[in-house]
Design a protein around this ligand. Structure first.
Ligand code: GLY
Ligand code: MN
Ligand code: MN
Length: 428
């Protein structure tokens, strides 16, 4: 791993909180993600399962975490299974976790080789009534490949059909939205790397630069800072491309007079950051571009202030819609009377601002969440309003990552240039 390992107290605490949600006499199993093959003998870069990371920090393929709080053998109440390493693996792939390193990373005292899994798991199952299995239940997940968890589910249910099966996902989406200090520090670190990348761009962008050249600058800065790279496919969209919400071609030349929308976040230690900025190719916004920019910025500031404990996500988004409506009227894009008479179920602002204002962020960029749970201290959400006007070849979105605190909000991107004048000054 390029990153410095996170202190294992994070994982010890996470497991302590996790077991409170299990029924008595349970055994819970978390499988790592698979190494995905390319077409020949290659492998895609490995990305660990985030629930396994959350509870163990183990960033290695073919790992299994088993938690059985009522196991009669106290040593079996938490077990981490890792692949036994060998001289051959060491020669080809380098160091893998040995038992000592696995304990140091995770705080789990009992480390076993994967080859012992079947026997030990069988002994735990015979004592247990409930078996908890994991699945990606993200609202918008599209899962067409069978995961290790999926294969394990099939095998387990075939072998032990008469146990009570339970879902881990509802527990994980309860726990993961509340970030602990070590997580906040890590996400802040990812945000700081994003900041370095962005500041680098302000001296780099000029008419004629290609979107992919901008991407390359960012990748360089991120990797120089021990990030694996982008936390998600970066969007580097100049001119009209900014109105394509998921534009990732990043292959155009940036033209004088255009604005570039940059949705670019670095990852660090598997944690995401998620930032959007819009900058003028020539270093100066036109008056109209600045008006739209400042409208979005006012909505962003208003929305950030609404991130307070107790608010429901949907109510918050509706309130932001009211702010946006006023701005769109001010920009001459919506008619005041038409807004007054609109169908509240399909408000007119959605023509120009068609996505959500905020999402949780953490190990996943769009982190797991319980949609109907009011905001709480310790949650980190993005704030990302936008106005997209294809007929003006202009799309403006601004996005920061914000922690909800006892006294309001802590903007983890508060140091990253945001005001239009500041951006112009830095580009001059
Ligand atoms: N970069 C993805 C998002 O803003 O949600
Ligand atoms: Mn986002
Ligand atoms: Mn984003």
């Amino acid at each position: 791993m390029k990153y410095t390992a996170i202190d294992n107290s994070l994982y010890i605490n996470n497991r302590k909180n996790f077991v409170k949600h299990l029924k008595p006499n349970s055994v819970a199993v978390f499988n790592s993600n698979d190494l995905m093959p390319t077409n020949a003998d290659g492998l895609m870069p490995f990305r660990q399962n985030n629930d396994l990371l959350y509870l163990s920090g183990v960033d290695q393929e073919e790992s299994i975490l088993v938690i059985a709080p009522n196991a009669s053998n106290p040593k079996h109440r938490e077990i981490l299974f890792v692949k036994e390493t060998s001289e051959l693996i060491a020669i080809w792939e380098g160091a893998k976790l040995d038992k000592e390193a696995a304990t140091k990373q995770s705080g789990v005292q009992t480390i076993c080789w994967l080859t012992d899994f079947e026997n030990i798991f069988h002994s735990l199952v015979t004592e247990a009534e409930h078996i908890y299995l994991n699945q990606n239940e993200h609202l918008r997940a599209i899962v067409t490949v069978e995961t290790r968890d999926g294969r394990f589910r099939k095998d387990c249910k075939a072998k032990y059909p008469d146990h009570e099966y339970e879902r881990l996902a509802p527990i994980m989406r309860k726990l993961r939205p509340i970030k602990s200090q070590l997580e906040i520090d890590t996400i802040q670190h990812a945000c700081n790397i994003t900041e370095k990348g962005f500041r680098r761009l302000l001296n780099f962008v000029k008419p004629g630069v290609k979107e992919y050249e901008i991407e390359a600058e960012l990748a360089h800065e991120f990797l120089m800072n021990r990030s694996r790279g982008f936390a998600y496919e970066p969007i580097i969209a100049s001119g009209a491309s900014a109105c394509v919400l998921h534009y990732v071609d990043n292959n155009k030349e940036c033209k004088a007079g255009d604005v570039i929308l940059l949705d670019i976040g670095a990852e660090y230690a598997n944690y995401a950051s998620d930032m959007t900025r819009c900058i003028p190719v020539s270093g100066k916004f036109t008056p109209r571009q600045k008006d739209v920019y400042n409208a979005v910025l006012r909505v962003m500031k208003g929305a950030t202030a609404m991130l307070v404990p107790g608010t429901l996500h949907n109510d918050y988004h509706d309130e932001v819609g009211r702010l946006m409506e006023n701005e769109l009227i001010g920009l001459g894009l919506l008619d005041k009377d038409a807004v007054a008479n609109q169908d509240p179920k399909s408000p007119l602002y959605k023509k120009y601002f068609m996505h959500g204002t905020s999402h949780h962020m953490g190990l996943d960029v769009h982190d797991v969440e319980e949609r109907n749970r009011p905001f709480e201290v310790g949650m980190i959400l993005t704030v990302e309003p936008g106005i997209y006007i294809p007929e003006e070849d202009l799309g403006i979105r601004l996005e920061n990552d914000v922690l909800i605190t006892e006294n309001g909000q802590l903007d983890l991107m508060g140091n990253i240039p945001l005001e239009a004048d500041e951006i112009e000054a830095l580009m001059a």
